[in-house]
Design a protein around this ligand. Structure first.
Ligand code: FE
Length: 204
């Protein structure tokens, strides 16, 4: 793969406000004008407004509604749009389903491609060198560190995101949550369960 290909697939330097904001953030931290903690708080707000709850809605609906589930795997873009979620960094999303045989996990090995309209902006660990390298080399170990223990019979499939294709993991619905309504299911679907580094969790 040439450098050009790399840039084409990952668009390291998008000529748009996202890029400007990222550079600005780096500069502000470097100059000591803003601390990382404050920025993390802003990120947190962002996450709760346009963030993972959108993806949670998509997954919850797929659990509760068989027809929607079919559409989500056949034509994810249309399925996701039908719920009103679309926009930059989410044009081509592919849904990958966890099963008793296969556990899916998402990484962007080159930068931090991520389905923004569904999950908000990526957490710091997703962008870290360590995660980007290790997710591919030793996914089970990484999953263990995230508290995800798989059965020996379960394969791990790692998906490498690009600017063109982003992945949404559709986790298995916990037995305990079967029969709940779509609205009741939404809070079970954690952000990490949609990246593959977590499992759905009963809300507190
Ligand atoms: Fe990327």
């Amino acid at each position: 793969m040439t450098d050009n290909d790399t840039h084409h697939h990952h668009r390291h330097l998008p000529p748009d406000p996202e890029y400007t904001a990222e550079k600005l953030q780096e500069l502000l931290i470097q100059k000591g004008l803003v601390d990382e903690k404050t920025l993390d708080e802003i990120v947190n707000i962002y996450e709760h407004k346009i963030g993972p709850q959108n993806g949670s809605r998509v997954v919850a609906k797929s659990w509760a509604d068989g027809e929607f589930k079919k559409l989500l795997f056949d034509n994810p873009t249309e399925a996701i749009k039908s719920l009103g979620f679309h926009g930059r960094q989410g044009e081509h999303v592919i849904a990958v389903e966890n099963t008793t045989e296969t556990h899916n996990m998402v990484v962007c090995t080159l930068c931090s491609c991520y389905p923004w309209p569904l999950l908000g902006i990526p957490p710091n660990w997703y962008k870290s060198d360590s995660y980007r390298k290790r997710a591919v080399k030793e996914p089970r170990k990484v999953l263990h560190e995230f508290g995800v223990e798989l059965k020996d019979t379960q394969k791990v499939k790692v998906w490498d995101s690009t600017a063109e294709i982003r992945y949404l993991v559709v986790p298995m619905q916990p037995e305990e949550s079967k029969g709940l309504s779509e609205d009741e299911l939404v809070p079970w679907v954690t952000r990490n369960s949609m990246i593959g580094t977590g499992l759905p969790t009963k809300p507190k």
